[in-house]
Write a protein that binds this ligand. Sequence first.
Ligand code: ZN
Length: 394
Amino acid sequence: MYRGTKDIMLPTTITGSLPRPSWYTENLGTRMFLDAMVNRRYREQYIDTLTCYLRDQELAGLDIVTDGDCRFDDDVGGQSWTSYPPHHMSGYERANPRPTPAGRGGLWFPRGHILHDYLEARVMPTIIGPVGRGDLQYTALWKTAQRLTTRPVKFGAVCAELVAFASQDRHYKSVPDRILAIADAFNQEYNELADAGCPVIQIEEPQLHFLAVRKIQDSVITPDLMVEVFNRTVKGLRAKTEVWAHTCWGNPSQQRMHAQIQSYKPVLETYNKVDADVITFESASSGGMDLEAIGKTIKDKKIAIGVIDHHTLQVETPDEVAAHIRTALKYVTPERLVISSDCGMGREGMSRRHAFYKMVSLVLGTNMVRKELGLPQAQCLAADERYSLVVPAK
Ligand SMILES: [Zn+2]
């Protein structure tokens, strides 16, 4: 059901992660969140960082905010996005983590490529028994953010198949068994989160589009299995809260997974089958080349488009953002369109100010279109000229 985006025209948000402040030197590691928060130093740095993340989003004027993925460590390429669940779920041998073998999940980059470091950083614990929620503590993480702001906080996390691809396994008989077991454990965690009142739950990076462009002919990891995994992960959630499926073409170290810009066209019909209220699409990096196909193919769901690019440091202008939205509106009604970033901006490589001004442009550009449509505009305190310190020219 629509909750976070309910009754807002052209609602604005970001995917999730934001760049770490330089003074946020504490790392969660393999500790459980509630245990780490007992420590005064960790708690102070975590809450201060979270406050900055939320405040920056409020100053920019975003309607739906995130916790900036504040739980993640200062890892190479933001590896924590994948490794947080294995390090905190039950069924894993928490000690003795091992490097993930090459090629798992279709990922391979040669030595000399920046993402080869990312592959070397996939050092994960091994599954030795039935997996369970363990100490994921998504509800505690979300509550810690939501009690600092009156805006709806979207909570997002990695999908089951990516965790399964990166995990070594001495327990499950097959890869689908492993993926579905992780999906079922996530489902329990997300149901608790929805029951606690989380207004938007985002499942990040179901692998349908990557399977399509890599043309992987695999009789086991099929599009049907990926749809089943998504739908099992979110089972029961849409009766309680708003479910998003986030897709993009990669963001470790702010890199795309492929050198070339990819198209969503081969996989749009399949994405119609996922049990989500909103599907997000990377669009800024491709100049909006799939907007027509997305608008015509994705039915009965809202469509979130990225209008700022997480790969580049050049801050998009509000005019560019507005032009992108106007193009999208040719194919998607304003009631169905959500404005976002292509992906998270916090996985190593972008400064806090770059991310901040990209969020400001996102809102200012959306406001231009809202004005044209006679819709209420969001307050963007960050762009209020009354508070400029620059002396006016005489
Ligand atoms: Zn993404």
